[in-house]
Design a protein around this ligand. Structure first.
Ligand code: ADP
Length: 394
């Protein structure tokens, strides 16, 4: 059984082709700068990498070339071998609590919900349309970033604002990175045999969110109505006092969207360090004694620790903390700094074991009260698994 996982962005299309009998990646790659000059693709297969500049006017071009290349590069013999296509979809509001077979209704909903994800939902529709055109009879499944968080109750998802905003406009917490948090929850449940497992899943990359998960169900998560809320990120502020927005509007003569743009693109690590959004750069300069970078690093650590503390109480204790995504999987120093601050929870890590990148590893000591793991996330596999389940149910 072969399934393609697709993550379509506004000018990119990422794919992974899985053999679902072994859950292994047969080929993967990225089509970039779609609709922009200098478009190109990269396809990785059998340990080799093919890179090529090619004109990609739109997503249909990317999908057509992708399918042609799968055959040209002898990755598959015929398109009939592709049993299903899974799409990462960003915003399903509160209508979608699990993955679905993509129908016209799903596409209409993606369009309806686009005001909540103006960059992502339209791109997702482009990806779906391109595959519908290229592989007409093939079942497609949509896997929403927001779905995993639909188990939150209203004390978690409602904001203390006029209730009518929720009723009239859907103002509530939706949460994101749900497919990653679900992958982490499923993988942790296989590694740690415990009933009613209390998990804090820390997805910390350029974007980042933390989820409290009880027995495989999300209880709360740090992102909100949009991915701007929660922990401090590469360029996003995370939680701030909302009055800052009107205050800065007045001071700098900006409108609301311009200030929101500052909070999305010029804040977080970049904002405080005044140097870089990339944790590697910030850590390198902090090690040289740069005060802004030290501050950015420490504030970042603090914001993660604050959420872990909050979720520890919410879950009535915690059995496992997992670090994942770019920073979580790769940064030995950030994991160390976070875990040092978790000593009051009985967290102890083994510094030798913590010295790893991108491998499933238990980094806590045997006498740590909380087990701490590094688990590389795999949203693509989760999408392929959901697609397979839907295909089998047909
Ligand atoms: P995105 O949210 O865009 O999916 P990723 O999960 O890929 O982001 O994370 C990207 C971030 O991971 C980079 O911006 C970088 O800060 C961080 N990162 C990657 N490798 C390391 C490393 N070895 N040490 C520290 N940070 C790293």
């Amino acid at each position: 059984m072969k399934i393609i996982s697709i993550n379509a962005g506004s000018s990119s299309l990422k794919f992974s082709l899985f053999d679902m009998d072994t859950e292994s990646v047969i080929a993967s790659g990225l089509f970039e700068r779609i609709g922009i000059e200098g478009s190109c693709y990269t396809i990785k297969c059998r340990g080799e990498k093919v890179e090529q500049e090619v004109e990609l006017v739109d997503h249909s071009d990317a999908v057509r070339i992708l399918l042609e290349k799968l055959i040209d590069l002898n990755i598959i013999e015929s398109l009939d071998e592709i049993d299903g296509v899974g799409h990462r979809l960003v915003h399903g509001k509160d209508k979608y609590s699990s993955s679905v077979v993509i129908t016209d209704e799903v596409i209409e909903d993606l369009d309806k919900f686009k005001e909540f994800a103006p960059l992502h939902n339209p791109a997702n529709i482009l990806g779906i349309s391109a595959f519908r055109e290229a592989l007409p009879g093939v079942t497609m499944v949509g896997v929403f970033d927001t779905a995993f968080h639909q188990t939150m109750d209203e004390t978690s998802y409602l904001y203390p604002v006029p209730y009518s905003w929720y009723e009239k406009y859907g103002v509530r917490k939706y949460g994101f990175h749900g497919t990653s948090h679900r992958y982490i929850s499923d993988t942790t449940a296989k590694l740690v045999d415990k009933e009613n497992l209390r998990l804090i899943s820390c997805h910390i990359g350029n974007g980042g969110s933390i989820s409290a998960v009880l027995d495989g169900k999300c209880v709360d998560t740090s992102m909100g109505l949009t991915p701007l809320a929660g922990i401090m990120m590469g360029t996003r502020s995370g939680d701030i006092d909302p009055s800052i927005i009107t205050y800065v509007m007045e001071k700098e003569g900006k409108n609301a969207s311009e200030v929101i743009d500052d909070l999305n693109k010029r804040s977080g690590l970049l904002g405080l360090s005044e140097y870089s959004h990339d944790m590697r750069d910030v850590l390198a300069r902090a090690d040289e004694g740069d005060e802004n970078c030290i501050l950015a690093r420490d504030k970042y650590v603090r914001s993660i620790v604050n959420y872990i503390g909050q979720y520890h109480l919410l879950l009535g204790g915690v059995d496992v903390i997992v670090f994942t995504a770019g920073v979580g999987e790769n940064s030995t120093p950030i994991r160390k700094l976070v875990c040092e601050k978790l000593l009051p929870l009985g967290v102890k890590i083994d510094l030798e074991k913590n010295n790893i990148r991108g491998e499933i590893t238990k980094i806590s000591t045997e006498d740590s009260k909380v087990q701490v793991y590094v688990i590389p996330t795999d949203e693509e596999l989760m999408i392929a698994r959901d697609t397979l389940l839907k295909l089998e149910a047909r």
